[in-house]
Design a protein around this ligand. Structure first.
Ligand code: AMP
Length: 148
């Protein structure tokens, strides 16, 4: 059986992210592997938004801090440290592949669908990563979280 040394888990901000993180955490523990958690945010078009004269400036640092706070809770619910989180800006598939290559990961863990179910038919993030990755890819079939 293969042993994984470095695992990259890609997470969106959906409720289902915890299931993906939990699976990645279990595999990392079983393999005693290093784990990297990556979220890719959209690059802001302008720090002032569409209407600079009206909008309050939002810096990438503020966006990063807000996403980090949101993600940290999910990550800690999965029993992992918030220090494993990296937040990047750009195209998610490109960033996931670039980070996996940079960290020399031998496994990428990703959800089989996130919030955009229709993209499953058109080419989801998981599909794009599977086609471009230079290492193994595990697609975790996430169950939809029903709000009570
Ligand atoms: P989707 O393509 O939206 O169905 O998402 C499928 C999976 O891709 C999610 O469960 C995550 O593992 C990953 N993913 C989607 N969007 C992002 C993102 N912005 N940053 C990191 N991973 C993502």
């Amino acid at each position: 059986m293969s042993t994984y040394r470095k695992i990259l888990v890609a997470v969106d901000l959906s409720e289902e992210a915890e299931q993906v993180l939990q699976t990645a955490a279990d595999i990392a523990e079983a393999n005693q592997a290093e784990l990297y958690i990556l979220h890719v945010a959209d690059t802001p078009v302008s720090p002032y938004g569409q209407f600079p004269e009206y909008a309050a400036p939002v810096s990438t640092a503020e966006i990063r801090a807000s996403i980090f706070a949101q993600l940290a809770t999910t990550v800690e619910n999965a029993g992992l440290s918030r220090e494993l989180i990296t937040i990047d800006f750009g195209r998610s598939i490109d960033s996931i592949i670039e980070h996996s290559d940079e960290y020399q990961c031998d496994l990428i863990v990703i959800g089989s669908h996130g919030r955009h179910g229709i993209q499953l038919l058109l080419g989801s993030t998981a599909n794009g990563v599977l086609h471009h990755a230079n290492c193994d890819v595990l697609a975790v079939r996430v169950r939809e979280v029903i709000e009570q």
